[in-house]
Every structure is written in C-alpha cells, then in structure tokens.
Ligand binder design. Structure first.
Ligand SMILES: Nc1ncnc2c1ncn2[C@@H]1O[C@H](COP(=O)(O)OP(=O)(O)O)[C@@H](O)[C@H]1O
Ligand SMILES: [Mg+2]
Length: 262
C-alpha cells in the first residue's frame, strides 16, 4: 500500500527535478592567444545535483565558471541557463540571469573594507531595493546563522580565519536565493578540519536548497564528499564524467594517474 510519504513524494518529484538541465555547457571552446584552454566541453547540471569539476591547476576550471557566469564568452559552443543561450544577451537580461546565480570566487572571496555583515548585505543592498533596512538586517543574520557565523557579524575579513571567510562568502552567495551555485575551490588553502566543515556545510545547503551546483576543485576528497557526479578535465577536454566509482574503475591512464596522486 502506498504510504502518505510515497504519495507526497510522487506528488513533488516532477517539480523537484524534471531532469531538464539548469546549466548546459555544449561543445564550448575557449582560446587565449594561441593557447586553447577549453576544447569542446560538454557538461549538464540539473536541479538538486552537485557536479564537481576536477583537474590540475591551469586546466581551465575557473575559466569555465567565468563563462557560465557570463563574465567571458566562449569562442564557439553554447552556455544555456534554463535552456536559454546566454550569448548575446543584453546587460539587463544577463543581469536577471546572474541574480539566479550565487558564486564564490577562488581568491578574494570578501570585500576587505566591509564587515562580515556588510559583505553579506551587499547583494541585497544592490538587488533588493524593496527590502527595508530592518528586513535586510534580519535576512543577513539568518544567512550568517545558516553558515554558523552569526557570532562574528561586526568583524572584518582580515580578523577571521580562511575557513570562516569561505563561510561568509557562502552566505553572501546565497543572499539572493540562487537556483544555481558556483563554487571555485571552496576548500583550497584550508586545513583538513576546516575543509571538512566547508564540505559538510555545502552538503547541508544543497540538501536544504536543492540548487544546481558546480564546484570546481582539485581536491578529490572534497569532490567525492559533496558531489553527485564528477567531471575530470585535462588538456581542454572532459576525460571522464561519472560517479566516483566510475573514476575508480576507469583504465584511462590520466584518470588512474589523477586518482593515485590525489
Ligand atoms: N584572461 C586570460 N587571458 C589569458 N589567459 C588566461 C586568461 N584566463 C585564464 N587564462 C589561462 O587559461 C588557463 C586556465 O586557467 P584557469 O581556468 O584559471 O585554470 P584553473 O582554474 O583550472 O587552475 C591558464 O593557462 C591561464 O593562464
Ligand atoms: Mg582556478
């Protein structure tokens, strides 16, 4: 007999994830001068899914995220967000799409001259003019509580640890309730304990918010912990995409080497 849970699940499943890619990267190429960084990349992420993009440094992982955010344009191929090709979109339309994206950059995650609370408030000040000052204050506190930083609101970024800075960066990335979360090396430079805490936090946020997430990392352990699927890049191409077990079973020389060295 179907339980209430089964019925509820059946009811919500199609809404939860209709299988349509939220982000679709199709045959994307990007060359700087004569250096081809991305050479025909295909990747898709659906709602509730976390894709980890792995690769050695210099393989174009950050470039890929910049293309998805629309900060740069591919030489060929397309980036589709909810089916819409972002190439050639005007500033207004791209601005609307970007509001649906939360991102955490690899370096300089925070504005040095703003407090923790002001950093998190920043996207709200710029994009949620409808919010009153007190609504904004409440929202900032709620976001900081979500990442376990509610006790450090008035501190400056230079006065908190790297792991705490990443937490605040995550809170800021979530401020506009994004459907898409893009994280560039969220655990780089952190000690193992702080890395573990950030991984747990990313998992928690993903469980609660069911975004379409792409996490760029060279940290295999982190990728394995937080992602549903992993894509390994090398020399401009996706060498393999699948679950961690698929990577483990692969006999492709580069995959074996990457796993051994990680
Ligand atoms: N704006 C740019 N101009 C020229 N070369 C660039 C630019 N951005 C990135 N690159 C080059 O693209 C390659 C990939 O960079 P990046 O995406 O930052 O690597 P990763 O994030 O995988 O470490 C590097 O060789 C880098 O020098
Ligand atoms: Mg990078």
């Amino acid at each position: 007999m179907a339980t209430a849970y089964d019925i509820a699940m059946k009811h919500t499943e199609p809404e939860e994830n209709d299988g349509a890619p939220v982000v679709a990267v199709e045959d994307v190429r990007k060359t700087y001068a004569s250096h081809t960084v991305l050479d025909g990349i295909n990747l898709h992420v659906t709602r509730g899914e976390t894709l980890a993009v792995l690769g050695r440094s210099g393989t174009g992982k950050s470039v890929l995220l910049r293309l998805i955010i629309g900060l740069e344009t591919p030489d060929s191929g397309s980036i589709r967000i909810h089916g819409q090709d972002i190439a050639g979109l005007g500033m207004d339309r791209m601005g609307e799409i970007r509001k649906k994206m939360g991102f955490l950059f690899q370096h300089a995650a925070l504005y040095d001259s703003l407090t923790v609370a002001e950093n998190v408030a920043f996207p709200l000040v710029h994009h949620r003019r409808d919010m009153s000052r007190s609504e904004r204050g409440d929202r900032v506190m709620q976001l900081l509580a979500e990442v376990g930083m509610e006790g450090d609101v008035d501190k400056m970024p230079s006065d908190i640890s790297g792991g705490m800075q990443k937490r605040v960066g995550l809170a800021r990335a979530l401020a506009l309730e994004p459907e898409i979360l893009l994280l560039d090396e969220p655990t780089a430079g952190l000690d193992p304990i702080s890395s573990g805490e950030i991984n747990d936090l990313i998992l928690k946020l993903q469980r609660e918010r069911r975004m379409a997430s792409i996490v760029v990392t060279h940290d295999l352990h982190s990728a394995r912990t937080i992602a549903n699927s992993l894509a390994l890049l090398d020399q401009g191409k996706v060498v393999i995409e699948g679950k961690f077990e698929d990577l483990q079973q692969s006999h492709v020389a580069f995959v074996e080497k990457f796993l051994k060295q990680s």
